[in-house]
Ligand binder design. Sequence first.
Ligand SMILES: *Cc1c(COP(=O)(O)O)cnc(C)c1O
Length: 468
Amino acid sequence: MRYISTRGLDTDRSFEDVLLNGLARDGGLYLPKTWPRLSADDIRGMSSKSYAEIAGMIIGCFTGGQPEQSQITAMAEDAYKGFTHSDVAPLVALENNVHVCELFHGPTIAFKDYAMQFLSRAFDDALTKTGKRAVILGATSGDTGSAALEAFKGRESVDVFILFPEGRVSPVQQKQMTSVLDAGAHAVAVKGTFDDCQDLVKASFNDARFRDAVNLSAVNSINWARLVPQIVYYFTSAIALGAPDKPVAFSVPTGNFGNVFAGWAALQMGLPIEKLIVASNRNDILTRFFETGQMARDDVAPSLSPSMDIQASSNFERLLFELLERDGDKVRALMQGFSETGRFDVSADVLSRARETFSAFRLDDEGTRAEIARTARETGMVIDPHSAVGLAAARSARAARIVADDVPIISLACAHPAKFPDAVKSATGTHPELPDHMADLMEREERFSVIENNLSDVQAFVTAGMRS
Ligand SMILES: *Cc1c(COP(=O)(O)O)cnc(C)c1O
């Protein structure tokens, strides 16, 4: 299994290169040279296997033997053993053949744990083998940062620095980051916005001298190795509802287009997915694209589902590459145009091909509150605002007959309601309780640093704080 970049100039990489580098050298994103395919029998055979065994089979399709399947299964067993549900990603039937796949049973109670817990083990394995160390630098609006700090806890070969905007993440999210008191864990409040944090990270990666000096790595969803573990729950949940002998559809709350692209990868591998429903909040750049064929950046407006407050979905480049029949020159031109003008268009032909698989919906804050309230009232299930955006899209797709009544729709529940208590309380009148393993979170000791919104301060902080 070898990897190529979506921009066509970085053409022959191993899984380990892709894992440790994140972004391709030509600015593109890595994808496998060809999609691995599983037969219907292979998929049927998974129905008797555990989550970790299925993870071994699926992730093993992408590593080219390094690491090999048995080792991946062992890493997955270790990664998911602390999850609070024995099914890891359990499925709950709701109504009208709509099912909720709960992806909040990991240590930070959002779906980022499913990939990050595996990724940290794969990282450590690859680095330890070569005797190398790495620095992970990331910006977060909340969920990625806490999942990364938690996952890399105790990994001797990696130091993690997470920049978050001072005073602009929720108290639960902040405490999840700042209460990781590990020697390699650094939560850093920047005097600025989330965009400032992201710009500081990008500028650090573009500084080749700094990047090489500290061996900088990324664990956001531009890293292909982060998407691969997310393919697993598409398989386990579809198999639970009769795949490969029956088709399913998925509804996915979307920001960076990472999670839903993992669903698209599952489809390429042979899972019978009839539709992928893209669910946006008011920051609806993706929904507008699937309606019009034009990608046009807009200002980000804060919403009740902050992990989806994004107006440039970086992972969309991977789908664009596929829609343009893997023409890296075309992707490079479109992405260059997008960074200059904030927009690009695809042809009617390309759009109609995209629509064969994807359909897209949006939900504003008022609709989100109404969906949380309605779901609690009619089904007894309390959902978080991100999951509500997905569930409303699932119901809309059913009502519009985009998905036939006999095809199950699996709606991904991407965070525990207690991670966003204010929105849930305003919708239901009840404050959602944190799960037992986190009940004392707000009393835990915390440690973080505050720094200026300034590149040289960030770099000096990393250099001084990293272990050697
Ligand atoms: C990260 C996140 C999303 C968005 O996922 P993408 O892969 O960026 O599309 C949605 N909901 C929650 C709770 C998240 O943490």
